[in-house]
Design a protein around this ligand. Structure first.
Ligand SMILES: NC(=O)c1ccc[n+]([C@@H]2O[C@H](COP(=O)([O-])OP(=O)(O)OC[C@H]3O[C@@H](n4cnc5c(N)ncnc54)[C@H](O)[C@@H]3O)[C@@H](O)[C@H]2O)c1
Length: 449
């Protein structure tokens, strides 16, 4: 990567950077996409002539708002809420909400921008968006979480709707938060509008497999990549970072397919369990008790906690970065390669830095970018929207089959586009090029708006 952009693309990049100072993650995501689509616009100059690329990098709408709330001690807090409605050419805005203290406009913009291409790749009719807040849910009581969610939705509700903008979860926003957010929307609008939020509880409009979808999908994508080299997951050792929604279900699917996932992590450190992570124990610690990975170690003989190292130091053939952006650095990639890694599938969004991606690709490691590998979550969200619209409920195995076939399609689209644009095996180019063409063609068809 970091190839030279054409003068036209350089101009678009420079202008976008100039109007988004202090947003390094957005600049990083933008550069990667523009580099990937360079061969596309070279063959199809109409994408530049019609202003589609220039338009695509600018969000259709960016909303920032105050979120005041009161903690259990009666102290007032004021957080900031965000929703970046990036592109709706293919369907209603769609993308998760993130509650984490690191959240700022640049992070939400990078996530929203990536979401456009990811959503296009799924082949479903969904646009791209992202939102969230710098609220830190860690250590907060249930009542505090509820009050925060209610205050957040008291502003955001006016911008949402099943045909307008449909959020879902992300870091710090799981089933509990979605329940509180959906409840407040219902109260404010007097509508039980199931299709305005995805990731809902299965009792009240949620889809089977949505919880598992992102992690499962990242493993299915890995399976497809390995199959191109006549390899499989069975018998292979895998390292996974994170211990949230994506990581837990990636671990579960790796084990179901006969692999051995031996790590998980959170901001307190990482755990190694050579026997294979006990997924039920990890779910108990993380989903039920909302504890730390250290609580796992104290209950699982033979496992250990490491607080001063990198999860990427642990030797394995497969790696699944599934925590957060820029968590796998150049030095980590060097270590992975030295330890014999053969494939990396990004469960998280942009977890691998550009120099690390480049090194992995040069070393011949199969590399799946998040916008393809973790697209199973949003694809299943689109299935949830369809079920809500038609008042149907699919069972678990039917839903999982759909997820599996969507991930095969996403892999095929990225694989074929990479070949078509002269970068065989480069899933970054393939995913960006295939996603871009779908959105860009829709934008051209709908005129300059
Ligand atoms: N949930 C989804 O459906 C979905 C879909 C696509 C992509 N993603 C991406 O996957 C990643 C994980 O999301 P999730 O839904 O599992 O969230 P989560 O809140 O359930 O879990 C996040 C995990 O990452 C760890 N983490 C977060 N920030 C960290 C930091 N700064 N340093 C160290 N560890 C950190 C947390 O400890 C936790 O284990 C994110 O990049 C998210 O954007 C999620």
């Amino acid at each position: 990567m970091h190839s030279v952009l054409s003068p036209a693309l350089t101009g678009i990049y420079d202008r976008a950077v100039a109007r988004s100072t202090g947003e390094p993650e957005f600049h990083q995501a933008l550069r990667e996409v523009l580099e990937s689509i360079a061969p596309v616009v070279e063959r199809h100059p109409e994408y530049l002539e019609t202003g589609v690329v220039e338009g695509l990098v600018e969000p259709e709408r960016q909303i920032m708002f105050r979120v005041p709330w009161v903690d259990d001690q009666g102290t007032v807090h004021v957080n900031r809420g965000y929703r970046v409605q990036y592109n709706s050419a293919l369907g209603p805005y769609k993308g998760g909400l993130r509650f984490h203290p690191s959240v700022n406009l640049g992070i939400i913009k990078f996530l929203g921008f990536e979401q456009i291409f990811k959503n296009a790749l799924t082949g479903q009719g969904i646009g791209g968006a992202k939102g969230g807040s710098d609220f830190d849910p860690h250590g907060r009581s249930n009542s505090e979480i509820m009050r925060f969610c209610q205050s957040f939705m008291s502003e955001l509700y006016r911008h949402l709707g099943e045909h307008t903008d449909v959020p879902a979860g992300d870091i710090g926003v799981g089933a509990r938060e979605i329940g509180f957010l959906f409840g407040q929307y219902r109260r404010l609008t007097n509508r039980h509008e199931s299709g305005m939020f995805t990731g809902k509880g299965v009792l009240w409009g949620g889809a089977q497999v949505r919880t598992e979808a992102t992690g499962y999908g990242a493993v299915y994508f890995m399976e497809e990549m390995l199959a191109t080299k006549n390899e499989g997951i069975e018998g292979k050792t895998a390292i996974v970072s994170g211990s949230g929604n994506v990581a837990i279900y990636a671990i579960e699917k790796i084990q179901q397919l006969g692999g051995r996932a031996i790590t998980a992590s959170d901001s307190s450190g990482y755990i190694v369990d050579e026997a294979g992570i006990d997924v039920e124990l990890l779910k108990q610690v993380k989903e039920v008790e909302r504890g730390r990975v250290s609580d796992y170690v104290s209950r699982r003989p033979g496992s250990r906690l490491i607080t001063d190292g990198r999860v990427w130091d642990v030797p394995a053939q497969l790696a699944f970065p599934s925590a957060t952006q820029n968590e796998l650095l150049l030095s980590d990639a060097q270590r992975l390669i030295a330890n014999g890694v053969i494939a990396v599938s990004e469960g998280a969004n942009m977890p691998t830095t550009p120099d690390a991606v480049e090194l992995l690709q040069e070393a011949g490691v199969l590399f799946a970018p998040g916008k393809a590998a973790n697209a199973g979550g949003v694809a299943t969200s689109a299935l949830e929207m369809s079920q809500n619209a038609s008042r149907q409920r699919w069972d678990f195995s039917q839903s999982e089959d759909r997820l599996h076939s969507i991930m095969k399609d996403v892999h095929r689209s990225a694989y074929e586009a990479a070949e078509h644009y002269g970068a065989p095996g480069n899933y970054v180019v393939g995913a960006n090029a295939a996603g871009f063409r779908r959105v860009a063609d829709a934008m051209i068809a709908q005129g300059l708006i």
